[in-house]
Design a protein around this ligand. Sequence first.
Ligand SMILES: C[S@@+](CC[C@H](N)C(=O)[O-])C[C@H]1O[C@@H](n2cnc3c(N)ncnc32)[C@H](O)[C@@H]1O
Length: 964
Amino acid sequence: MSDQRRRCINDNCTSKPKSKLHPANKSMCNYYNVPHTPYRRVCGACLQKSIIYFDRIGRRFKNGKCILDDQYPIKLTSIIDLSDSDDGNAANNDAEPSTENLNDPQIAKLRTLINTTLKDTVGQLYKKQEELCQSYLMSEKAKIEAENEKLNNLTQQVDLAIGQLYNNLYKFDSQRRFEYDKEISIVEDLNNTDEDTVLSMTLPRLLDDIPKECKPIRHLLKLGDRVYGMKHSQMRPWFEATITCEFIDKIYCVKFDDETEKVLNYKNLAYIDAASQAQYPVGSRVIAKFQDVDIKLTDKFYVGIIAEPPKLLNNFRYMIFFDDGYVQYVCHKNIRLMCGESPDVSDDVHENIREFIKEYLQKYPERLMVKFKKKQVVRVELNNVWRLAKVKNLDASLVQLKFLDIKFERTEWIYRGSNRLGPIQDKLCSNNQDKRVRGTVLTDVNRLLNRPYIEIDNMTENEKSVDIDNSDNTQNPQENNGVIKLIQIPANCPKPHPYKHHECSHFCMLWVHYDYSQTKYMNVLNIPLHYGFMRSVLTDEKLKLKKVIYTTPCGRNIDNENEMYNYLKLTSYNNNQMPMDLFNFDCLVNPLSLLSVPEVFIRVQDISYEMEFKPISVFNSLNDLVPDHIKYITERKIGPGVNLNIDSKFLCGCDCIDDCEDKNKCSCWQLTYMGPKTYPAIFKDHDDIGYSFKRLHKQVITGIFECNASCKCKKTCLNRVVQEPLKTSLQLFLTEKKGWGVRTLADIPKGSFVCTYLGVVRTEKDADSDFPLNWGEYLADLDFLEKVEGIKDGYESYVVQSEDESEDHTSSSDDEEFNPSWAIKNKMNIIESRMLLRKNLQDTNTKIDGKHKLSKLNTQQKDVSKNTSLLRYLDRDCGIYTLDAKVSGNIGRYFNHSCDPNIFIQNVFIDTHDLRFPWVSYFALSNIPAGTELSWDYNYMIGSVKNKRLMCHCESKNCKGRLL
Ligand SMILES: C[S@@+](CC[C@H](N)C(=O)[O-])C[C@H]1O[C@@H](n2cnc3c(N)ncnc32)[C@H](O)[C@@H]1O
């Protein structure tokens, strides 16, 4: 109190400390924003300042001007509240009114009169002031609202810009992740010294070396012209000669430099100089220098045909198919044009390769070629015997193979599209021309198992670049397509308690009231965050490591799946346990990311009409279309003639009473393991097979057997994934060039189950009967058995390869431990294959002609190792069954194809163990950021449907250009 008496009420007072102080009334206290007490004091200067202000305000009041339209201090209540004004009192404090005056009735009357008059006048002024203030406040409010709107617009723009930035960042991030994946494979490549071509090792040729693409002119020959002539036969070298005589029909007599003379027609003569202006087109008849590094046969010209033009991919060299069966890359200066050729140039080539060349030129530029990596082993035909050879080197369309099973060392360059190669032969044998497309539901086993596999080189470089260029211009405007936002978890959701030391029990989770049935509209990774969990990404600055930590409702910090699983088990109550796929410990996955799209483009709220647990909206920002009507199903339907028994009595189940945690004890897990164990040379890492905490990181070609209706385990068991209702937040959207597609609204962690592919199970015959009307757009073959057969095919190659590494894996395949019926059948096939291999090994009788080693571009030999099929043992007559989703299907029918897919197919057995009827299920191949389209590799065989040509618009870096 005494302190208040000694200092000025203005905190910012600049007067000297000992300045004279005056009593401060309520208005002054208000002006300086301090509570009023009778002891407040104000210095002269500050008093003056406030008086000036009140004077100005008073004048405004008196003159009927708005008092708010001024630089007002923080509080004005006191001056507006006249009735409460203590100004008079303030005056009293300073100078006490004389009681004498008050008692005078005259003065009292006068005083009353003045008061009334004052009150009337002030009252009127007050009323006016009230109106003025009101309108002033209204206009201020309008101004603030306008300002607010401006700010809102600005915020929205900033939001959008941030969203776009985030999008780009995400794109970059996902690319980075992708590149990271690639990096790993590069490391593997290096270890294996794999290279796809030797192009990288050689310096690129100068483009100036290559003449322009125009037809070379064949000028007429005259006497004395120097030429190259066929001295002996098409298979032998050509030599320089001089035209000495000309007969009719372009027949000439030529004298070789060794004085021998020969009569040759113009198709057996070649110009002496390389064409300087023109590039030789594919199919041109030429002679070219053949270089054999091994036996030093250089500088000799042999006759052949141009098979590939010079281009970047082949380091600007021509690929030549020589008549003697050799193939080689040759640069322009070492090629001479023949003086003439037949209208169908294949008539001029040696009969050994005529058919091959004819077909090649007909189909060019579409070519089937085998994709190799160094050290891979492949079956190759040599002198009518199928042999094993190892990839030594690669050069664009050629592969150098070293034969393994012959006594002497032999290597040979072979065209990657030659039907002497086992994979090409297989493809030709199984080619279903003029039939519906065989959309296989499994990745090409060869590609998956790192074996040579067929690729189709069907585009010219120009075609490719046109396609890629176009794709860039056709991107949807980003805003229309939606932006990635980070969602907020509602503030009223339970938050983790601060941690206090305790033993966890169901009480730790009880209070958060977790109920999965209430999570329909939540993204799967968000669910724990709605029920008391917190997820944070911590950075260890020292180790430069990022780590995801979940804080549980009871405050415990958990940083790995094992611990989380134990926690969930320990704290579950009433069988209400959170499943493991609600959690993810990868810091590149953000559970809060969400694709936010403009509502106006949502055409249908749920394409499944609530048949799925999660709604699947339909988005279209390109036009007003909605998808054609189909019957949405959530279980496969059985078509005519299909005998599928899903009675659980026919299923083998496990006896586990836990969550089938111990994979060695659970008979269902063991069924899954059995397949890979049958092929030990291929599936080396047995610990890594199948689900891991409900995620699948690698395809199991031999199928996954989930726990089923006859098992004793709980529904929370870790071996139940595909049988659960849809969990991912998906959206059907119209793409620019591929029709409808599916994208994810939230981040999907690698290995997550996405959904199944459902349709009507039809017999192959039944499905083929709709052709060509139903050419296969929505068909997926249930070719599980065929693919398992594919693993077995060439299994010996791997055994041979591993023998190199002094490991005999064949013996372990005889392991008697696993013998359910289908594995026994597989084993029988392996034994048969081995017998075949021995037979092949006996025949090592190979010739070399001393100079130009025998070689062949093609073979007439049919694949001798095509052996029995598993299907044979199953005593079936229906061939492969197929899932037809054209009329009835689920969201799985809308996934488009990509040459760089982000989801893969897994065959899973749930309601039947009949191997012909797996559930076809999609899993995430990598972390998939929110907003990304989900696509798989259809594995269509290009050219397999007559008159059907589909360009691929997947726009991936590795796009092959054609879908069909
Ligand atoms: C199973 S459907 C996929 C859903 C389909 N987009 C729709 O609108 O119903 C397969 C068809 O989609 C189209 N498609 C899928 N992937 C494509 C791609 N990468 N490029 C071009 N078209 C594609 C082709 O028309 C193909 O026949």
